[in-house]
Write a protein that binds this ligand. Structure first.
Ligand code: TRP
Length: 332
């Protein structure tokens, strides 16, 4: 690979991404390929920290893989693979687990949230989730990790684990930096704009899925919750409008001032329709490309098989050195 900084990121195999996943993360993965060496993966091993239906998990993993490609990740430019295909992640995870403290893992807010939401299945994998995430990143000695704000704490832990390893065994791991975009980092629910947009929301109108058709997208935006004054401007307390402005801005490239003058004197109805149309039109090529790729299973398979081979080759060199450092006997 060329001498550029290395980016690593992963995404959960939810099958179809939300507009939040798209704007906050996946949309940027394509453009990053021109500036950096990029390694991206679908994290099916992370997914089983909560209960999954095996048939759906397999389907969702394949769909997520195809969707990343439809969103602009090019398997010729980047290494794009499925986490469980590359055994070094699990191998390094064990070593990192032995360098992670119980107390550190206990402080993770995602663990606290998820264990409250699934009190009947607080399994060890859910607890050690951040160690596997650290292994994903450190197995490649990645420099930069694009993540949403909600993953920042996990990334800080990954840095601490790397630092501790370096202190114990001698400098080895690169300390990964978060790469968090400012605007659009958090897309809010269309129904309760103080909450993050989430696929698991009970109200289907709260969340745009990037494979929703045009009519569905427009309908959901038309029903978006706003406020009782009638001014389209970005201001504290106007959570619904602020969220719509953020979405419109990231999709059209217009800044807030331009949006304010575009809609000066117009009503919320006009604005919501404009946002809905802009989003639907923007996502149209993603939907088309996803359909095309999904129909070509052979090609997808070729891509993920080659992706796994490249990822293994790359990470194997690093993990072998880690084995040596911790004192494991050379196998050959
Ligand atoms: N935990 C991340 C999420 O839920 C996904 C993830 C797994 C990841 N491994 C990673 C992100 C490594 C960045 C780097 O969003």
């Amino acid at each position: 690979m060329e001498d550029k900084k290395l980016i690593f990121s992963g995404i959960q195999p939810t099958g179809t991404f939300t507009l939040g996943n798209y704007i906050g993360a996946v949309r940027n993965w394509g453009p990053l390929q021109d500036q950096y060496n990029c390694i991206y993966c679908v994290v099916d091993m992370h997914a089983i920290t909560v209960r999954q239906d095996p048939v759906k998990l397999r389907q969702n993993t394949m769909n997520s893989y195809a969707l990343l490609m439809a969103c602009g990740v090019d398997p010729e430019k980047s290494i794009l693979f499925i986490q469980s295909h590359v055994k070094t992640h699990a191998e390094l995870n064990w070593i990192l687990c032995c360098n992670t403290q119980f107390g550190e893992l206990s402080r993770m807010t995602q663990f606290k949230d998820k264990s409250q939401r699934h009190p009947d299945d607080v399994n060890a994998g859910l607890f050690t989730y951040p160690s596997l995430m650290a292994a994903d990143i450190l197995a490649y000695n990645a420099d930069l990790v694009p993540v949403g704000i909600d993953q920042k704490q996990h990334l800080e832990l990954a840095r601490n684990i790397a630092q501790r390893f370096n202190q114990r065994y001698g400098d080895f791991f690169t300390l990964p930096e978060p790469y968090i975009q400012e605007i659009g980092a958090k897309v809010m629910s269309l129904q309760e704009p103080t909450k993050k947009m989430s696929k698991s929301d009970e109200n289907p109108n709260a969340c745009i899925l990037i494979l929703d058709d045009k009519d569905t997208i427009i309908r959901k935006f038309k029903r978006a919750v706003t406020d009782s004054d009638a001014e389209i401007c970005y201001r504290e307390g106007k959570d619904g409008i602020n969220n719509l402005m953020t979405i419109y801005s990231t999709i059209t490239g217009k800044d807030f001032a331009a949006i304010e003058s575009e809609f000066a004197g117009k009503g919320y109805g006009d604005f919501k329709l404009a946002v809905g149309e802009a989003v639907a039109d923007h996502l149209e090529p993603v939907r088309t490309e996803f359909a095309r790729l999904s129909a070509d299973k052979e090609y997808l398979k070729k891509c993920y098989t080659e992706g796994a081979e490249k990822a293994l080759r790359y990470s194997q060199r690093i993990v072998s050195k880690v084995y040596r450092k911790v004192g494991f006997v050379d196998r050959t």
